[in-house]
Unconditional design. Structure first.
Lengths: 329, 257
């Protein structure tokens, strides 16, 4: 509940901050005035301010919250089901696949008139799903998932795809900036459309994920113990990996590869509240959302009018904070 | 009087790849027994235990529990029938109470929290295993012996008629070893059927009602340890010579070099 309040407040404040500064109170009033019973509220802001908030900042801030929450939830799922503390939403190829799709689109397909810039997320999403599918096929032995095999397959496919992306960049050296921005993860220029594209996957995926959390707790005790407690281990692994991959793919498709959030947030939350998956998943979603809203606000204001890719900000601020958490124990 | 047999192996074979691990294994275990499975490394002891909990499927023959082929149970039914403590249980920093509560998960419907009855069973399981005082401590802060008792409490909270244990006394000091064996002996007295893979023949001799001796995937002998664990058998199965010693008080065999 506290986290939810903090999230709502940080969304208001983040929307208020920017090259044109608008008071958070006005932002709040602006939103409330859109709800029918309050339509007659006195307008204490200008039309231009309303335009900036509703068309530019609010969708971007909301998108940051959705992506941050989605990546953190996916991180919880992957760390749990692979029982590996280094697992993150990208470990089984989602990011490298999305990168390949995006780079191919930006460097070759769109310049050649195949597809248009707005369809970039579609290419990235297709790449992410494709790569995950390949990793699944490789990591599956006799119809069984072995977490170690899956991770190794993810690393191998990831290396292959990254190499192809680099090769494409060498071939098309003149169009690099777009690809670079994308690879580092950025929410620059994203709006309602991207939000509408990612939101259903992330929200539905996260809700389904919460339904699986009691089983994940049992699964933590080891595959044999989970089996003896009535859990179909193979099925659980496939379901959870599919949900996690889908959430991660939807996030990556609209925002590019924002690193570190999906790895760090679940750990930080686990240190505070312990390993029980139901509160862990919900809290990680909220903390991830708050973190990315804050990081993206820094990304667009620190060097304004120049934007820093938010992936750089998450690693720059999150890294030291995480080390502090670990040292404090 | 014929005792009711709860677990039956009927000519069971298990082949891993092309190497046979078990061949033509037939035996019965009846209700309320504390049974030790012994044998040299690689004899197939753990495999027998895994077949009993359907972690593995026999490649020949049939495993029956309660008169029914084990493959006919749903996983959840099986979880209410058989609890398993694997060889190397994994721990996450759950608190003791949280971990023991997970033993109730086969009974939870959907997303429900623990019922008062569940709570009571969890409390009782922690008491029996002697870990109540640690209820709020994270499991990873406990000693190896205490952790094994927590795992035992989790299995007891499952309230199953059958408990399977794979080397439950490994890495434990003698006090914890005896504690676990006494607990199992007591649970067997209450009607629970306990089957444990054990390496320590003296623990088997002192506590088990019955011993199954395996060697190279075959059953060599089954019966009360006092009759079975003779110097002759130890020589045959383990290739070591031991003197014929009996415990001065209990009269049970003592296996010492």
């Amino acid at each position: 509940m506290v986290l939810l309040t903090v999230l709502l407040l940080s969304i208001l404040v983040a929307a208020a901050v920017g090259s044109v500064s608008i008071s958070p109170v006005n932002v709040g009033k602006m939103l409330i005035s859109r709800v029918p019973p309050f339509r007659s509220m006195e307008q204490t802001w200008t039309a231009a301010e309303e335009m900036i908030i509703l068309q530019v900042r609010l969708p971007r801030v909301l998108l940051a919250a959705v992506i941050g929450g989605g990546l953190s939830t996916a991180g919880v799922l992957f760390q749990g089901i692979l029982r590996n503390p280094l697992a993150d939403p990208y470990i089984i190829g989602v990011s490298s696949g999305a990168s390949l799709g995006a780079a191919a689109a930006l460097l070759f397909l769109i310049p050649a008139g195949i597809g248009w810039y707005g369809a970039l997320p579609l290419f990235a999403f297709a790449g992410a799903v494709g790569a995950t599918f390949i990793v699944f096929r490789v990591g599956l032995m006799h119809g069984r998932i072995h977490p170690t095999n899956l991770i190794l397959a993810g690393v191998a496919v990831g290396a292959l795809f990254t190499a192809i992306v680099s090769f494409m960049m060498v071939l098309k050296i003149q169009n690099l900036q777009d690809v670079y921005m994308w690879l580092m993860g950025s929410l620059s220029g994203r709006g309602w459309r991207q939000l509408a594209a990612a939101l259903p996957y992330v929200l539905a995926g996260s809700m389904v994920a919460v339904l699986f959390t009691p089983k994940l707790d049992v699964y933590l005790l080891g595959e044999e113990t989970a089996h003896s407690l009535g859990i179909d281990v193979q099925r659980l692994q496939k379901q959870v990996l599919a949900i996690g991959s889908l959430i991660a793919a939807a996030c990556v498709a609209v925002s590019g590869v924002i690193g570190f959030v999906g790895l760090m947030v679940p750990h930080a939350v686990r240190m505070r509240i312990g390993p029980k998956h139901t509160p862990l998943t919900i809290s990680s979603f909220l903390v991830g959302a708050i973190f990315l809203v804050a990081a993206d606000t820094l990304a667009r204001t620190v060097l304004s009018p120049v934007e820093i890719p938010v992936g750089i900000v998450t690693a720059l601020t999150g890294g030291p904070f995480f080390i502090y958490l670990m040292k404090r124990g | 009087m014929q005792k009711r047999s709860l677990i039956e192996f009927d000519n069971v074979g298990f082949t891993y790849g092309s190497a046979p691990v078990l061949e033509g294994l037939s035996f019965q275990i009846s209700t309320g027994q504390f049974v030790g499975i012994v044998g040299p490394n690689g004899a197939g002891k753990s495999t027998v235990l895994k077949l009993m909990d359907r972690l593995l499927t026999p490649t020949a023959g049939e495993v029956r529990v309660g008169g029914r082929n084990i493959s006919q149970y749903s996983l959840r039914e099986l979880a209410k029938l058989i609890a398993l403590i694997p060889q190397e249980p994994e721990y996450f920093p759950f608190t003791v109470r949280e971990l023991v509560s997970l033993g109730r998960s086969p009974y939870r419907k959907g997303y429900g929290t623990l019922t008062p009855l569940d709570e009571e069973i969890v409390e009782r399981a922690m008491q029996e295993a002697g870990v109540s005082e640690h209820a709020h401590r994270p499991v990873d802060q406990l000693s190896g012996g205490e952790r094994q008792r927590v795992t035992l409490a989790r299995a007891l909270a499952q309230k199953t008629p059958i408990l399977l244990l794979d080397e439950p006394t490994n890495h434990l000091d003698i006090e914890h070893q005896l504690h676990i064996c006494q607990l199992l002996e007591g649970k067997a007295g209450e009607g629970m059927t306990c089957v444990a893979v054990l390496h320590d023949l003296n623990l088997v001799a002192a506590y088990c009602h019955e011993v199954l001796v395996l060697d190279q995937g075959r059953l060599i002998a089954q019966g009360p340890p006092g009759d079975i664990l003779t110097p002759k058998l130890v020589q045959e199965v383990y290739h070591v010579a031991v003197p014929d010693i009996r415990h001065p008080v209990t009269g049970r065999p003592v296996i010492a070099p």
